[in-house]
Design a protein around this ligand. Structure first.
Ligand SMILES: Cc1ncc(COP(=O)(O)O)c(C=O)c1O
Length: 383
């Protein structure tokens, strides 16, 4: 998975954009990476896609070729009758929730206040579709059935982000998820899963993807997070709903003339679904070891998926600078840009475990983190 943690979702850092550009140059020039997946150069990426292509004929407006093959694979994995490849998750979710809102003629959808829909999509659902987002809670925890009991008025659908990234990659237990879904159904709501990281969530539930997706009517999945495609998303669900979602995709301008590069990358990713249990296991081992360092806390403890948040009692800029200097001098990219935490003097960053991380011993990760911490605090390196 590309380590997208250093790229602010609403920013567009270019190579010459000051500190962001310096970081990006160092990241791309590095020869070893701690988090996610080592980035590919453009020629490497294109060669890999060319090698993986199975269909010589391109899709036309998303019909046929690799796109059709991908959508069929998704139906199989997610246990849904239909699926549609979309350029982005932002578009996929808007299409899904618009369809549910139109079908129920109810004015809004229930969401978590820390969900991507609320925090990172420029209020697209309300601005473009007039669909109101009813925030059930803003607390750092997954939604639960009790939140729904408080929800005002009839709502068309419930959107559940699995895991809730901005709360620290948190998942509800299976029983709590079932109770939440049951409570929403009892209110006549459709269920939509933001499964941007459904692949990463599956080992926690230890159930087939189709069983997890089976709790929802529509599921969005992403291809460029854990699955490391260049971009892309898909929406899966009942055939009539997906047909309507295709119409909204078209209206959004998302019916691209050809999408086979995205589809090939997505299919490469789907071949790696079995890796995520190992990444989650590694994340738990890393978190346990890092939490032993003075001035370090992990959240959640233990991590539920392959990612967790590291809280450090050090200034964000100082640690970021030390990590950057380490990358520039050693060619090893460890941590990107830290963000100041709510507690003064503390900072936070995400640790996302992927293929790159498996090349590191746990002790090595602890050592480099401790070194960066010491330097960021202005302490001398140990002899
Ligand atoms: C939880 C979640 N939902 C939705 C999205 C939107 O995906 P996209 O960038 O493909 O629009 C993201 C992207 O980071 C995400 O993390």
């Amino acid at each position: 998975m590309a380590d997208t943690t250093d790229v602010p979702e609403d920013a567009h850092p270019g190579p010459d954009d000051g500190p962001a550009g310096r970081r990006e140059r160092a990241r791309l020039a590095a020869t070893r990476y701690l988090l996610g997946t080592a980035p590919l150069t453009v020629p490497e990426r294109l060669r890999s896609l060319a090698d993986a292509a199975e269909s010589p004929a391109p899709d036309v407006y998303g019909t046929g070729g690799e796109v059709a093959a991908l959508e069929a694979e998704l139906c199989e994995v997610l246990g849904k009758p239909a699926a549609v490849l979309m350029p982005s998750g932002t578009m996929a979710q808007q299409c899904a929730l618009r369809v549910w809102a139109d079908r129920s003629a109810r004015p809004g959808v229930a969401v978590h206040g820390l969900s991507h829909l609320v925090l990172h999509e420029q209020s697209a659902l309300e601005a473009l579709h007039g669909v109101r987002m009813e925030v059930l809670t803003r607390e750092r925890r997954p939604l639960d059935a009790a939140d729904l009991a408080q929800a005002p008025g009839p709502l068309a659908a419930l959107a559940v982000e699995l895991p809730l990234r901005d709360a620290g990659y948190l998942l509800p237990t299976w029983n709590d998820l079932v109770a939440l879904v049951d409570a929403a159904r009892a209110k006549g709501m459709a269920i939509h899963f933001d499964g941007a990281r459904l692949w990463e969530s599956q080992p926690y539930y230890d159930r087939p993807h189709a069983q997890i997706a089976g709790l929802a009517d529509t599921v969005y999945v992403s291809f460029y997070k854990g699955l490391d495609a260049v971009s892309g998303a898909a929406l899966a669900g009942p055939a009539d709903v997906i047909a309507d979602a295709r119409a909204w995709q078209h209206r959004h301008g998302g019916r691209l003339y050809a999408m086979h590069p995205v589809a090939i990358g997505a299919r490469q990713g789907l071949a790696r679904l079995g890796e995520f249990a190992g990444y989650a296991d590694r994340a738990r081992k890393l978190a346990a070891a890092l939490a032993q360092l003075p001035g370090v806390r992990v959240h959640p403890d233990p991590p539920q998926v392959n990612a967790f948040v590291l809280h450090l009692d050090v200034d964000a800029d100082s640690f970021t600078e030390q990590a950057l200097q380490h990358a520039e001098t050693t060619g090893t990219w460890t941590y990107g840009r830290l963000t100041p935490a709510d507690v003064p003097g503390w900072s936070s960053t995400e640790v996302v475990v992927g293929p790159a991380t498996t090349g590191w011993e746990v002790a090595e990760v602890v050592e480099v983190t401790a070194t960066l911490l010491r330097r960021a605090r202005g302490e001398a390196d140990l002899p």
